[in-house]
Write a protein that binds this ligand. Structure first.
Ligand SMILES: Nc1ncnc2c1ncn2[C@@H]1O[C@H](COP(=O)(O)OP(=O)(O)OP(=O)(O)O)[C@@H](O)[C@H]1O
Ligand SMILES: [Mg+2]
Length: 347
């Protein structure tokens, strides 16, 4: 049986991206199509290497091609992370997506979620940066195990550390350890801007994750003024007081014009409860991104500066974190929905 190219493209048009609600040809995900007799070789380019629906798309493409009589199907799955639509932003043009992690409240696990999100995306093959935006109480020297290490300098810029597969910078590496960091409003703005934009030599990145200090203060405002975010992730623990603060944080990001990617529930447990953040997300009509149980390993690995271990030792923790990584990547892709890159020649 001899297949026609048009016929193959029509078959591929029946395959929907289940999250983006359009077919993969319209979404410009089909690349390099070769049709020879009853053999088809096709490359499908996902919008993120952390695509939660890779297997579904793979299966659907194969069955759509078999249905029209393809006897040999060679399917290559690749990924090219997309950034927001429109021209590249002036600040940090080499960074496709900037994602802030915040909460209205201290101690709910913002830094923990930020680190594990960054490491998880990198484990999927994305190029990831992590900026410790907590200029008052930086956590990254400890959580990434880089305490006391001086950063390298290239020209007049600081080179981010490269640890656990991610590029990271923290003010903790530039100031004397364990001294309180007290900034007046304008100084806080300056310190944050210098670290994010002026003094750090960021490489090309698919995702830059920014860990914010607690609360709805100066830093989120500065951040949203300096760079348009792809979106914000809000972290909450299940107790009502934490949820109230999370709702405030959601409203703050919305007021600052930053899209909300969704809410993560952290420290889900018999002690703190479960499900509150999901209910709050539903009430606010924003996505729920997943929950992380309260488990001692997480704190131990954080204190030891070894976030990679969170993905390797406890299968429940690994699955919880990978779910959140996939959901965040999926929400970013949805935000960026648009045709991108050279289109497939369909004529
Ligand atoms: N799911 C969890 N299970 C066990 N321990 C956790 C969990 N999440 C966070 N922790 C621990 O709780 C503490 C606070 O977490 P983290 O520093 O991430 O919070 P934060 O919101 O960034 O705090 P801050 O407001 O001070 O910046 C840390 O010791 C961390 O290791
Ligand atoms: Mg923190």
């Amino acid at each position: 049986m001899t297949l026609q190219r048009d016929q193959v493209i029509a078959a591929l048009r029946t395959v929907q991206d289940p999250e983006l609600f359009k077919d993969i040809v319209t979404l410009n995900m089909v690349k390099d199509l070769t049709v020879e007799g009853s053999s088809v070789e096709v490359t499908v380019e996902l919008t993120t290497p952390a695509c939660p629906l890779k297997e579904t798309i793979e299966r659907d493409v194969t069955s759509a091609l078999k249905r029209i009589g393809a006897e040999h199907v060679k399917l290559n799955m690749t990924a090219n992370t997309r950034g927001p639509a429109g021209p590249k932003r002036d600040a940090l043009p080499q960074v496709k997506n900037i994602v802030a992690v915040g909460a209205g409240k201290g101690g709910v696990g913002k830094s923990t979620i930020a680190v594990n999100l960054a490491v998880g995306l990198a484990r999927c093959g994305a190029k990831v940066g992590l900026m410790d935006g907590d200029i008052y109480g930086p956590s990254m020297p400890t959580m990434l195990g880089i305490k006391g290490q001086p950063p390298q300098v290239r020209g007049n810029k600081i080179v981010p550390f490269f640890v656990h597969g991610i590029h990271s910078i923290t003010i903790g590496a530039l100031v004397e350890q364990d001294k309180p960091l007290i900034w007046r409003g304008p100084m806080a703005h300056g310190a944050f801007k210098q670290l994010l934009l002026d003094n750090t030599d960021w490489p090309e990145l698919d995702y830059m994750i920014i860990d914010l200090p607690p609360g709805t203060g100066d830093v989120p405002l500065t951040l949203c003024q300096l760079v348009p975010l792809t979106g914000a992730v809000v972290v909450a623990t299940p107790q009502q007081v934490a949820l109230d603060d999370a709702i405030r944080a959601v409203h703050m990001f919305q007021q600052l014009g930053a899209p909300i990617l969704g809410v993560v529930e952290n420290m889900t447990s018999d002690v703190f409860g479960r499900g509150g953040a999901q209910a709050a997300a539903q009430q606010l009509a924003i996505p729920f991104l997943g929950e992380v149980p309260l488990v001692p390993e997480l704190r131990v690995n954080s204190d030891a500066g070894n976030p990679t271990a969170n993905f390797e030792t406890n299968p429940i923790l690994k699955e919880a974190l990978e779910t959140i990584v996939a959901h965040v990547a999926g929400e970013v892709s949805k935000r960026n929905l648009r045709p991108a890159g050279p289109s497939l020649n369909l004529s």
